[in-house]
Design a protein around this ligand. Structure first.
Ligand code: SF4
Length: 347
């Protein structure tokens, strides 16, 4: 099956449009073992470390089965990198999807129009027909997947499923064929129903911040006794928390879904992200909140003072860290995480 890579600083790409064309959407992720050299020739050293890693990967050459790329409007770093991809990466199909930053009625209409243009371009490039019925069919499938992920996610809070295992699962769903992943998720849920909570006592953490695509980061937290029971990340709840209307016009429904789901720091007004975090912190009775920014991630750096102040007012332990995109850096942070694990409660 044809694959199209998705470069998205958030999680705002309507995968269902690709699925309706029998194309597999594959979220393009970083590689923490990569040495950044070529990307540094195109972007300055204070450009987001994660986005720079993606660019390096692309400049090294994409997998042969990737036939195109969609970059979805998010932060300045991924937006600007699209211009470099156009110049330096050898792909026949590249599209910049203009997902609006605002979330009002005009924005919903604007996004509908840009999705229609994306459909036109895919149809003409890949010689396919993307009908409303096919999009609705894809929406029904992704809704099933979202519902399953939401149900499975609860087993993190019940201390039955490790946060790292769940993170791997969401990542796979974003990268592999959705029909196959539906089967994987159904069987995972059945397996979880038979399991008991793990014996060790762990502190309950809400994880927020930039995109985190290296599961090793979460595994490191677990070795220090911190379990991510809930998150508001793009490879996490922001991908599956809400569902898409199935009976409405499918393109409008997609636009509405993406512009009304829990807000990310790249959107306006980003400070509203705290409202969702507060709700999660209370509902999941977390012991502390961990906000992780990829180095030079401006949207997260901008939101952090507000989030910090608000959690302080609630007496909720809060730790902010900036990470290099490398496993060595995760190890260096162990002392700070250990200290955090010691000072926070434990229910
Ligand atoms: S980590 Fe931050 S700066 Fe980097 S791509 Fe994501 S939102 Fe943009």
């Amino acid at each position: 099956m044809t694959k199209i890579a998705i470069v998205d600083s958030g999680v705002d790409t309507p995968e269902e449009i690709l699925m309706a064309a029998d194309i597999t959407p594959v979220r393009f992720l970083g590689d923490p073992s990569l040495n950044i050299t070529k990307a540094n020739e195109h972007v300055p050293p204070n450009h987001c470390i994660w986005a720079r890693n993606l660019l390096e990967r692309a400049l090294n050459g994409l997998d042969a089965d990737i036939k195109g790329l969609i970059t979805t409007h998010g932060c300045d770093c991924t937006n600007r990198e699209f211009d470099i991809w156009l110049e330096c990466v050898d792909l026949d199909f590249m599209y910049f999807l203009n997902a609006p930053l605002k979330r009002d009625k005009a924005a919903i209409k604007f996004f509908v129009n840009d999705m229609k243009e994306l459909i036109n371009q895919i149809e003409s490039k890949f010689n396919v027909k993307i009908t409303p019925d096919k999009i609705t069919e894809a929406i029904k499938l992704t809704n099933k997947i979202r519902n399953l992920l939401k149900e499975i996610s609860e087993y993190r809070s019940k201390m039955i499923l490790k946060g790292s295992e769940f993170h791997e699962l969401v990542k796979k769903v974003q990268q592999e064929d959705k029909k196959q992943m539906l089967i994987v998720l159904e069987s995972k849920l059945e397996e979880l129903k038979t399991k008991k909570p793990f014996p060790e006592k762990m502190k309950r953490i809400l994880l927020t911040g930039s995109v985190i695509d290296d599961t090793e980061f979460i595994k490191n937290l677990e070795t220090l006794g911190l379990q991510v029971v809930i998150d508001d990340l793009c490879i996490g709840t922001r991908y599956f928390w809400d569902s898409i209307e199935e009976k409405a016009d499918p393109i409008k429904a997609l636009s509405k879904y993406h512009l009304t789901k829990p807000i990310y720091s790249t959107k306006i007004p980003s400070l509203q992200r705290f409202d969702n975090l507060k709700e999660f912190a209370e509902k999941y009775e977390v012991d502390g909140v961990l906000n992780v920014a990829q180095k030079f991630c401006e949207p997260i750096l901008y939101d952090h003072p507000h989030i910090s102040k608000e959690f302080k007012a609630l007496n909720m332990p809060y730790l902010f860290v900036e990470i290099e995109y490398s496993r060595e850096s995760f190890k260096q942070l162990a002392t700070r995480f250990e200290a955090f694990a010691e000072i926070i409660g434990g229910k």
